[in-house]
Design a protein around this ligand. Structure first.
Ligand SMILES: Cc1cc2nc3c(=O)[nH]c(=O)nc-3n(C[C@H](O)[C@H](O)[C@H](O)COP(=O)(O)OP(=O)(O)OC[C@H]3O[C@@H](n4cnc5c(N)ncnc54)[C@H](O)[C@@H]3O)c2cc1C
Length: 452
C-alpha cells in the first residue's frame, strides 16, 4: 500500500543544511502497517524534528512523519503507566496528565518531542544524575522491524533489541507504541535555588556537593568569560513542590499554570544579530541579574522549557542556521572541559546557549549518550570555518575520552563516533539481523557509517 507523498525541504532543528525529502504522514495504524509491509524504499521515522542534525532526515528514500500517530491508548492512575502511540508529544502528555497529578519521569529541555523520538535518542533531562535517561522509564514498546515484523520489546522480553532501540536513532525499527511510567507529583511547581558560581571549578564543586539534595540540576554557563572567570555560571537546582507548601495564591489550584503569551519569531533574523558582542552583552547581563536566591517557586514550564515560550526560536540564527555541539567528558576529565571552554572563548565564536549538567550512571542503551561525567551543550552559528573548528573540538573530546550526542550532531566523522561508542559493534550485529536489507536509513546513518 502507498501513502500520499510530499516533497518537502527538511532539516534538523539547527536548520543546518536542509534537503528536499519525500515525506509520508500516516494517520491510522492499519494504513501504517500496510505501508510498512509493502514499502521497498529506505525510510527513517521522524517525530517533531527536534534533533538538531540529520537524525530524522533522509534524502535517499522516505521520511515517515509520525506526528499524526498520536493517540493515547490507556492510562492506569494506580501505577502511572501510560500506553500511547509513538507520535504522542511530551507536551500532550503534560497537558493531559499534570492536572491529574503526573509528570514526565525524564524530560529534555523542550516538550515538543515525541515519545518515540525520546526513546530513539534515549533523551536525558536535568535529573540524569539521580534518575537516568528516558528509556529507563519505558516498560515496553511495540517495534516494527523489516525482518521480523512487529515485536514486543522490554527490558525482559527481546531485551537486546529494546536496548539497541533506546538511543538507536530509528535504525532498529519503527516504534509504534510505548508504555511509559509517569512520575506522581503534588503540584505543577518546582522550588528552585539559584546560585552564582565564579568559575568552572566552583560550578562543578557545587554540583558535586549538592546534587544528591536536588532532583534537577543545571548550570547556565557564560561561555565567553575567560581566565579566572572561565566557566562562571548560574546554577539552577530544584525539586518538585508539595501543594501544601505553595504560596496561598497557588495552593488552591496547584496544577494550574500561569497564563503566558507565546512569542513567535516570524522571520529569519539577519545572521549578524547573534554575534560575539551581542552574546557577550547578554551573558554579562544574565550573570549580573541572577543573584543567589533560595526556594523560588517556579512553574514547570518556566523551569524546564524556557525556550519553548518562543516559537521557532531557531530562526534567530538566520538562514544559515546553527549547530548544537554537545560534548560529554568523563568525571576525571575536568581538564578537557576547561580546554574546550578556552578554545570556544578564544575562537571569537559566540554560543548563545551554553548549558552544563552532570550525568550519573549510563543506561544499558547501546548507543545511549549519557555516561558518568559532565555534559556541555553549545549552540554555534553556522559560519566560515565551522567544520574545521568543530573537528578540532572533536579531537579534543576524543583525547579526553569524551563523546558527542547523536541527537545533536551534524558534522562528526564516522571514525570519531566509532571511537566514542564502544557498543557500536554489538549494535550493528543486532541491527543486521533486524534489517538485513538496510531499509532503515537516514542522512545521519550514512554520514556516520553506522552500518560499518
Ligand atoms: C530546545 C531543545 C532542547 C533539547 N534539550 C534536550 C535535552 O535536555 N536532553 C536531550 O537528551 N535532548 C534534548 N534535545 C534533543 C531532543 O530531545 C531529541 O533530539 C529528541 O529525540 C527529539 O525528538 P523528536 O520527536 O523531535 O524526534 P526527531 O528529532 O524527529 O527524531 C529523533 C530520532 O528519533 C527517531 N524516531 C522518531 N520517531 C520514531 C519512531 N516512531 N520509531 C523509531 N524511531 C523514531 C528518528 O529516526 C531520529 O533518529 C533538545 C532539543 C531542543 C530543540
Amino acid at each position: 500500500m502507498t501513502l500520499p507523498t510530499a516533497q518537502t525541504p527538511i532539516a534538523g532543528w539547527g536548520r543546518y543544511n536542509p534537503v528536499v525529502c519525500s515525506c509520508v504522514r500516516p494517520e491510522r495504524s492499519n494504513a501504517l502497517a500496510a505501508f510498512l509491509e509493502t514499502n521497498g524504499e529506505p525510510l527513517v521515522a521522524r517525530g517533531l524534528g527536534r534533533s538538531y542534525g540529520d537524525a530524522s532526515v533522509n534524502q535517499e528514500g522516505l521520511v515517515v512523519d509520525f506526528t499524526r500517530m498520536n493517540r493515547i491508548r490507556a492510562f492506569d492512575p494506580e501505577t502511572g503507566v501510560l500506553e500511547c502511540e509513538g507520535g504522542v508529544s511530551l507536551a500532550d502528555i503534560l497537558t493531559v496528565f499534570v492536572p491529574r497529578g503526573f509528570f514526565l519521569p525524564v524530560t529534555p529541555g523542550t516538550k515538543y518531542v515525541t515519545v518515540a523520538g525520546a526513546i530513539a535518542n534515549d533523551v536525558h533531562g536535568k535529573n540524569h544524575h539521580c534518575d537516568g535517561s528516558f528509556a529507563q522509564f519505558v516498560d515496553s514498546i511495540e517495534l516494527w522491524t523489516p525482518a521480523r515484523g512487529v515485536l514486543t520489546c522490554s527490558p525482559t522480553e527481546n531485551a537486546d533489541i529494546f536496548w539497541a532501540t533506546a538511543g538507536g536513532v530509528g535504525l532498529t525499527g519503527v516504534i509504534l507504541t510505548a508504555r511509559l511510567r509517569l512520575l506522581s507529583i503534588d503540584s505543577a511547581y518546582v522550588r528552585v535555588d539559584y546560585q552564582r558560581c565564579a568559575n568552572l571549578d566552583a560550578t562543578l564543586d557545587a554540583m558535586a556537593a549538592s546534587d544528591q539534595y536536588y532532583r534537577y540540576s543545571v548550570a547556565w554557563v557564560d561561555c565567553l568569560a575567560q581566565n579566572a572567570s572561565l566557566g562562571r555560571s548560574v546554577l539552577m537546582r530544584g525539586n518538585h513542590t508539595l501543594a501544601n507548601t505553595l504560596p496561598e495564591s497557588k495552593a488552591s489550584t496547584p496544577y494550574r499554570l500561569p497564563r503566558r503569551p507565546g512569542l513567535t519569531i516570524p522571520v529569519d533574523f539577519p545572521g549578524c544579530v547573534l554575534n560575539h558582542y551581542s552574546v557577550k552583552a547578554f551573558n554579562t547581563l544574565f550573570y549580573a541579574k541572577n543573584r543567589d536566591a533560595r526556594d523560588v517557586v517556579v512553574d514547570y514550564d518556566k523551569y524546564f522549557y524556557p525556550l519553548d515560550g518562543i516559537h521557532q526560536w531557531n530562526r534567530m540564527y538566520g538562514r544559515k542556521g546553527f549547530i548544537q555541539y554537545q560534548a560529554t567528558f568523563p568525571l576525571e576529565s575536568r581538564e578537557g572541559l576547561v580546554k574546550l571552554l578556552e578554545r570556544l572563548a578564544g575562537s571569537g565564536r559566540a554560543s548563545f546557549l551554553a548549558v552544563l549538567k552532570c550525568f550519573g550512571a549510563a543506561s544499558p542503551g547501546l548507543l545511549s549518550h549519557p555516561m558518568p561525567g559532565y555534559t556541555l551543550t553549545l549552540d554555534i552559528p553556522n559560519g566560515l570555518g565551522l567544520t574545521a573548528f568543530v573537528a578540532s573540538l572533536d579531537r579534543l573530546l576524543l583525547e579526553y575520552g569524551g563523546r558527542l550526542y547523536l541527537a545533536k550532531d551534524a558534522l562528526a566523522r564516522p571514525e570519531a563516533i566509532e571511537a566514542m561508542y564502544p557498543n557500536l559493534k554489538t549494535f550493528r550485529e543486532i541491527r543486521a539481523k533486524l534489517d538485513p536489507n538496510r531499509l532503515l536509513a537516514s542522512n545521519l546513518s550514512r554520514r556516520l557509517r553506522l552500518d560499518g
